[in-house]
Design a protein around this ligand. Structure first.
Ligand SMILES: [Zn+2]
Length: 275
């Protein structure tokens, strides 16, 4: 094994900030429990509002000489509209929180059904928040024609608004997030030597073994310093690592079951060693 020198790293100002966590990394550290609870609470409130709208629609219209029955202090028809609007607002709030949580902690694409469900739960909730009301209103013998027509139109429009705003037009998967994370990590900062012509992703790259002093900068700064391209060994290693990452779970499961052999020393093809 080649002797490795302890590197003295000269870090540029920009590299200091860049080597901090990237956007995806920051996101992954964020908890989404609050958002998911918020979403579920929103959806539950929507169902409560739907239930109250259904109750309001079942109040028979008073006969000519009877006094109008109030529902929670409102005329039944007014109450019906008010609760449908509350229903709509709650569904949308719930779905927006859910979508936000999905973009911070996305579902894995590996299980197609779960992935679809996770990303479409908002739309499903929008349907549940209005379809029962519509069916019950249309089959309700007590409701008058005006209540049926206006109530149905309002509910259908509300359902469409809720559905379109709940739909995730840009579903994000755990795999995509991992890819971005890998990229951010790998390219945030690079290493290079004063005399070299290339820059490296990995500080422990074999071509840097003999160098005592390393510069750590952003890719842009490395290019400005005259480093023409990325080291091929680092690129190959990065591609290999990126290809392996999605399988991390299986890999660690494998490792724990059958004591994996200690790091396989790879005989890498020596690239023309740079100065
Ligand atoms: Zn390298």
């Amino acid at each position: 094994m080649a002797e490795k020198k302890e590197h003295k790293i000269i870090q540029s100002e920009a590299a200091k900030t860049a080597s901090g966590k990237g956007v995806a990394a920051q996101q992954i550290a964020q908890s989404t429990v609050g958002l998911r609870i918020g979403a579920v609470v929103g959806w539950i409130l929507a169902l409560v509002a739907e239930f109250l709208a259904i109750k309001a629609s079942f109040i028979p219209s008073p006969a000519e000489d009877e006094e109008a029955v109030l529902f929670m202090g409102m005329a039944p028809f007014t109450a019906l509209i008010v609760f449908l609007v509350i229903d709509l607002i709650c569904v949308i709030v719930g779905s927006l929180l859910w979508k936000k949580a999905n973009h911070i902690h996305p579902a894995s694409e590996k299980n197609a059904l779960t992935f679809w469900l996770w990303n479409n739960l908002g739309v499903i909730m929008a349907a549940i928040a209005f379809i029962p009301f519509i069916i019950l209103l249309l089959t309700n013998k007590n409701a008058d024609q005006k209540t049926k027509t206006v109530g149905t139109i309002v509910a259908v429009v509300a359902m469409l608004i809720a559905g379109f705003s709940s739909y995730d037009y840009n579903p994000y998967s755990a795999e995509e997030q991992q890819e971005i994370l890998n990229m951010e990590e790998a390219t945030a900062t690079v290493f290079w030597t004063e005399g070299g012509k290339v820059f490296h992703i990995y500080e422990d790259c074999q071509h840097l073994n003999k160098s005592e002093e390393l510069h750590q900068t952003t890719t842009q700064e490395a290019e400005q310093a005259g480093k023409e391209r990325l080291c091929k060994t680092c690129l190959k290693r990065h591609e290999k690592e990126a290809a392996e990452t999605p399988a991390i779970e299986e890999q660690s499961a494998l490792e724990s079951s059958a004591e994996a052999p200690a790091e396989v020393e790879e005989q890498e093809v020596e690239e023309t060693v740079e100065e």
